[in-house]
Design a protein around this ligand. Structure first.
Ligand code: GDP
Length: 295
């Protein structure tokens, strides 16, 4: 991921590094190239505009132009601003003081929601917790079967019903069952659709209102670039989300979604999916990603 952006920034900064004193024009030339590199990486144009403006304000300051290694200083500023863009610090999933912590997973079909629900359940199990999965996509029997299969693989119980028609009723029963069994985390895999529609949003809103999750996490496919960003914005406006899990980062060579989504939605990326296998999920650390991009 980020390979091409990383290569481009590397060659832009190589030119700066080798130089002694920098003039304002030199910074401007470099920033023009950075701007292009970000746009080519499919970063949202408004995000790019603000980013370049912030870097420029700091980089043409006295401190940089008069410092001994101005090139390095500019690179450091870009690094800091990249971290800021990505969310400054790692945002953890909040746990309820009164278990179970209910986590509601939302997102479009194909984004990786079911896989990610299971990955997250496994992640928590590894931390010594007792998660339960809930198959709440009642429209697609295949989705229920997929979650049951994944649950078996990782030895985590899956609450499901092929009789209950109402997802709210199902989720409420699941939470009751989790309490009875002493489960401390309940991860609800809700229905997805190919596109956002009113029926889906109404269903998700009813679940959210009745079940009162601690976290609503949006699963978004990084490979869909700015579509993922726009979709995340709509989900946040319509139902309210607490964080984002960006999947398929292993296939997203450009990185535009990762670099835009927090700024556009105001919600942090909490985890990233880095492959199809069940253990391929990582907490999202903005500084690590910034380091990866800057090589
Ligand atoms: P859902 O329709 O949103 O529930 O999506 P699924 O969980 O069924 O996932 C759709 C496809 O994306 C499956 O083939 C998953 O294996 C794949 N997938 C999910 N997450 C990742 C990821 O992080 N990387 C890769 N390469 N594939 C993923």
């Amino acid at each position: 991921m980020f390979e091409s952006l990383s290569d481009k920034l590397d060659s832009i900064f190589k030119k700066l590094k080798g130089r002694g004193l920098l003039k304002e024009e030199d910074v401007d030339v470099a920033l023009k190239e950075v701007r292009l590199a970000l746009l080519e990486a499919d970063v949202n144009f408004k995000v790019v505009k603000d980013f370049i403006q912030n870097v420029r304000e700091r980089a043409v300051g006295k401190e940089v132009l008069e410092s001994l290694s101005p090139g390095q200083q500019v690179i450091k500023i870009v690094h800091d601003e990249l971290c800021e863009l990505l969310g400054a610090t790692n945002q953890r999933i909040q746990l309820s003081p009164n278990p179970p912590t209910i986590i509601m997973m939302v997102g479009l079909q194909g984004s990786g929601k079911t896989t990610t629900s299971s990955k997250l359940a496994r992640f928590f199990k590894k931390e010594g917790r007792r998660p339960m999965l809930v198959a709440a996509d009642l429209k697609r029997p295949a989705a229920i079967d997929q979650l049951i299969t994944l649950g078996k693989q990782i030895d985590i119980p899956v609450f499901y019903s092929k009789e209950i028609q109402d997802p709210v009723v199902l989720c409420e029963s699941a939470v009751r069952q989790a309490r009875l069994e002493g489960r401390d985390i309940v991860i609800i895999d809700t229905a997805g659709r190919l596109h956002i529609d009113e029926e889906l949003m109404n269903e998700l809103l009813s679940i959210k209102t009745k079940v009162n999750p601690k976290e609503v996490l949006l699963v978004a496919d990084a490979m869909t670039g700015q579509d993922a960003v726009n979709m995340a914005k709509s989900f946040n406006e319509q139902i309210g989300i607490d964080g984002i899990i960006l999947t398929k980062m292993d296939g997203d060579a450009r990185g535009g979604a990762a670099l835009s989504i927090r700024n556009v939605t105001g919600r942090p990326i909490k985890f990233i999916g880095t492959g199809e296998k069940i253990d391929m999920i990582e907490p999202f650390y903005p500084d690590r990603i910034a380091n990866r991009i800057l090589g």
